[in-house]
Design a protein around this ligand. Sequence first.
Ligand SMILES: *Cc1c(COP(=O)(O)O)cnc(C)c1O
Length: 550
Amino acid sequence: MTLDLDKLVRPEIAALEPYRSARGEAPDPSGFLLLDANENPYPDRLQGKGDALNRYPEPQPRRLKARLARFYGLAEEGLLITRGSDEGIDLLLRAFCRPGEDAVITCPPTFGIYAVAAQIQGAALVEVPLDQDCQLDIAAITAAAEKTSTKLIFICSPNNPTGNDMEHTGILRLAADLPQTLIIVDEAYIEFSGSPSLAARIAGQPNLVVLRTLSKAFGLAGVRCGSVLAGPEIIAILRRVLAPYPVPTPVADAACEAVGPAGLARMAYEVEQLSAARDQMIGALGGVADVQKIFPSSANFLLVRFADSDAVCQRLKARGILVRDLSAKLPGCLRLSLGTAQENELLLQALGIDSAPAVCSRRAKRTRTTNETSIFAAVDLDRPAAAVVDTGIAFFDHMLEQLGKHGGFALTLKAEGDLQVDPHHTIEDCAILLGETLREALGSKAGIARYGFTVAMDEARAQAIIDLSGRAYCRFEGQFDGPSVGGMPTELVPHVFRSLADSLGAAIHIRLDGDNDHHKVEASFKALGRALRMAIRRDGGEIPSTKGQL
Ligand SMILES: *Cc1c(COP(=O)(O)O)cnc(C)c1O
């Protein structure tokens, strides 16, 4: 039996003549005189940040939709942009559940919004609790679904608040055994999990629906942007219920940036940091006498059972720390969201773990977006690691990798620039952002001493001297024979050092000679990396300047 949507959808919704917004599905309206929607014709609100805010937004912004579809790995017809997953949940209830007649199944302990949305719609709520391992009780869910007119089954994976992934075999079996029921998998935390998304299975399983959001891993809870992923017919039904203009223009702009190349690199970087924090916290909490159980987590939070959760809650509150108290439903349990390294440290201290404060790693991450480039950079000065660099200019990548390697610091840099115009903007902006990021990571502890290094590469010789003085100065002595090396214009080589000096706040002196341009450029980046390595080395806790600040 396959999915019969005509039977699943509420008859009122099937019969509805949907509202058509002025420009609804019209072709791209740019180029037209827009006298069709009673808008105010005068643009430029919000100090120039919102040129087009006098216009209604696209109901489903094309550029954002294309990027989301690419990231989620399905066709655009299979995606609906909503005001957070919360709206996606509400739309599903309103489109499919007849008040007083239909039911939804949830599997507690789980996300509370499913039950609230069901109650608001007047749908019956059938609860089939998770088993002892916090997994789905597939047999019980199937039995419950067959007993009532069950339209929707909500599954959260990784599950909030338990944190674990649900086994995909069970979910897919449910979907196969209950072909006239929508199996909705809420993957709000999937980016933190090693598990693949079930979105890839929608094509072969038409009653599968997946919810994704930018609220958690992408750090955009304030933007309210989620997606419903499903077969195109289901999406078409939800569109009938969706508000005419659900995605405000500033939301679309912020979301678009978040799922662009630099945004994705930032997300991956932060997910990695939070996952590492999760492992550290599990280790540290294991040493707390009060802790009875730490539930396995694939998300950015930990469910922890304490001997006396009330006392723990009070103690944390007294220290100004809020955690989620779930003890009403899960005795003794608190849900702890992972914070920054410092925040996690404060939480542990409040829980009575007297670990000497971890030596704070000198890290920074920054994003830079202009009309020409979009770049994400992150450095960790206290962790040597292979550089992860992708600017679209292979030779420049190689040079930045040299800088990271010889500088002895971890460097992540992802850029998307207007290379079709020229590599100039991308190379320049990468240098600026890298300098800013290094400067931020250095904080107040910049070394003032002058460090220098000379590198020989066959016949070529490069000398780099750096002074992290807080004052920008660049001196470059050298000549190149050709106009470019590996696609990088040689005239940009001194330009990179100047941009770096400016944004880092450093004096950088480079002197180069030799015969081969490739050798000369590479030697100069290596030499600068080596000089930087000495300059950023941590040397006691004092600011190395008689001025007391840099
Ligand atoms: C946080 C969370 C969401 C996100 O909802 P948004 O409306 O997209 O912010 C969805 N589902 C679960 C289980 C969550 O914990």
